[in-house]
Design a binder for this molecule. Structure first.
Ligand code: ZN
Length: 345
C-alpha cells in the first residue's frame, strides 16, 4: 500500500510502498479516506531538534485521519461494523497508570502516538485499538480527519467558562481558528482574535471572530481592555506559544479570569507572575491532547448537530502523492488546515 514515511534521519518525507498492517485481536482495521496535515508533520519533515530526539525512522507519518472500518479483530465485539465511518484518538495510552486510572489518559506517562512513536495514518490502511476508535455518524470523513486538531481546540475552550463571556484567542493557526468557532458555538458574547498573519486573521473572521487584531500594528492589551469596558477578557486561549503573545495573554485577562495555554514556546518564557497572574487571581490551564473521551463526545455533539463547522478554516486538499505541496502550503503561511485525500470515495 502507498504511504508517506520518514525513511531516514534527515530532512524530507518519502512516498513509497509499505506492507499492509495486521489487524490484532483488539484492533479495528481502517481504510483511510482523508488525513489532516499537522505542524507536527512539518517538524518531522524538516527534521528539527524535537524530531531528531523523538522519531525513530523508518516510520509512517501522520496522526489525523478518518476512514472506513474494513476488518474487526476477534476480541472487538459488536460496537463497530464493516463499512462504518470512523476516526480515532491518535494517542494510544496504557490504561493502567495512575493518570489513566483517574480519567486523565491525556497525560498518560506511557503514551504512544501514531505517526510519531509508531506507524501512522498517511497511508491506505491503519490498525487502531478499538478503544481509540470513534464513530463519525453523520460527520463526513473530511471533517473526521481533522478531529484530532479540532479536539485540541475543544479541549482548550470548553475547559473554561464560555457562555456569556468574552474570549480572546491569541494566535490563529488552524487550532486557533477552530477555537474561535468553538467559543462562538458555546455562547461567548464576544470573540477577539489576534494574529500577525493577515491570511490567518481573515480565516478567524470567517470562523466567527467579532474583533480581529494584528499585534504587529496594534497594542493588543489596550484594544482588549477597550473592547471589554476596561475589564479584560474573561477567558484567554493562548494558541501561538510566542513569548510576546504569552505575556500579553496574562495581561489581557480580567481579574479572576482564566488563561488556557495550548501554544508551545520553543524556549523558557519570562512572565511577571506577581502582577500578571497571582495578584490578578488568574486560573491557568495547560492543554495537552484531548481529554479521553469527554472532549471527543463534546466534539461529536457539536459537529453532528451543526453547531460548529470547521470547514471555513480548511483551505487546501492534496492527494497523498503531493505531500511536498501540502507542506509547502503550510510553510507559506497562506494556509489554514490542509487535508490529504487518500482513499476517499
Ligand atoms: Zn496510562
Amino acid at each position: 500500500m502507498r504511504a508517506i514515511i520518514k525513511a531516514s534521519a534527515e530532512p524530507g518525507l518519502t512516498v513509497t510502498d509499505v506492507p499492509e498492517p495486521e489487524c490484532g485481536a483488539n484492533d479495528v482495521l481502517i481504510r483511510v479516506h482523508h488525513a489532516g496535515v499537522c505542524g507536527t508533520d512539518v517538524h518531522i519533515a524538516e527534521w528539527d531538534e524535537w524530531a531528531q530526539g523523538r522519531i525513530r525512522p523508518p516510520v509512517v507519518v501522520g496522526h489525523e485521519f478518518a476512514g472506513e472500518v474494513v476488518e474487526l479483530g476477534a476480541g472487538v465485539g459488536d460496537q463497530f461494523h464493516i463499512g462504518q465511518l470512523v476516526t480515532a484518538e491518535g494517542h494510544i495510552v496504557c490504561g493502567h497508570c495512575r493518570r489513566c486510572r483517574t480519567g486523565n489518559g491525556h497525560i498518560c506517562t506511557n503514551t504512544s502516538i501514531i505517526g510519531v512513536d509508531r506507524d501512522g495514518a498517511f497511508t491506505e490502511y491503519l490498525a487502531m485499538p478499538a478503544s481509540n476508535v470513534m464513530p463519525l455518524g453523520n460527520i463526513p470523513t473530511t471533517v473526521g480527519s481533522i478531529m484530532d486538531a479540532i479536539g485540541n481546540a475543544f479541549h482548550t475552550v470548553l475547559t473554561a467558562d464560555i457562555p456569556g463571556n468574552t474570549v480572546l484567542v491569541a494566535g490563529c493557526g488552524p487550532i486557533g481558528c477552530f477555537a474561535v468557532g468553538v467559543a462562538r458555538a458555546a455562547g461567548a458574547t464576544k470573540v477577539i482574535a489576534t494574529d500577525i498573519n493577515p491570511f490567518r486573521l481573515d480565516l478567524a473572521g470567517k470562523m466567527g471572530a467579532d474583533v480581529l487584531i494584528d499585534p504587529s500594528s496594534e497594542d493588543v492589551v489596550k484594544r482588549v481592555f477597550d473592547e471589554t469596558d476596561g475589564e479584560g477578557a474573561d477567558v484567554v486561549c493562548e494558541m501561538s506559544g510566542h513569548p510576546t503573545a504569552l505575556a500579553q495573554s496574562f495581561q489581557a485577562a480580567r481579574l479572576g479570569g482564566q488563561v488556557q495555554l495550548l501554544g508551545i514556546p520553543k524556549e523558557p518564557v519570562t512572565i511577571n507572575f506577581s502582577t500578571d497572574i497571582i495578584f490578578k487571581g488568574l486560573t491557568v490551564y495547560g492543554v495537552i491532547g484531548r481529554r479521553m473521551y469527554d472532549t471527543w463526545l463534546q466534539m461529536q455533539t457539536f459537529l453532528s448537530s451543526g453547531l460548529f463547522d470547521p470547514m471555513p478554516a480548511v483551505t487546501h486538499t492534496f492527494p497523498l502523492e503531493d505531500i511536498d505541496k501540502a507542506l509547502e502550503a503550510i510553510h507559506s503561511g497562506n494556509a489554514g488546515k490542509v487535508i490529504l485525500e487518500i482513499g476517499s470515495k
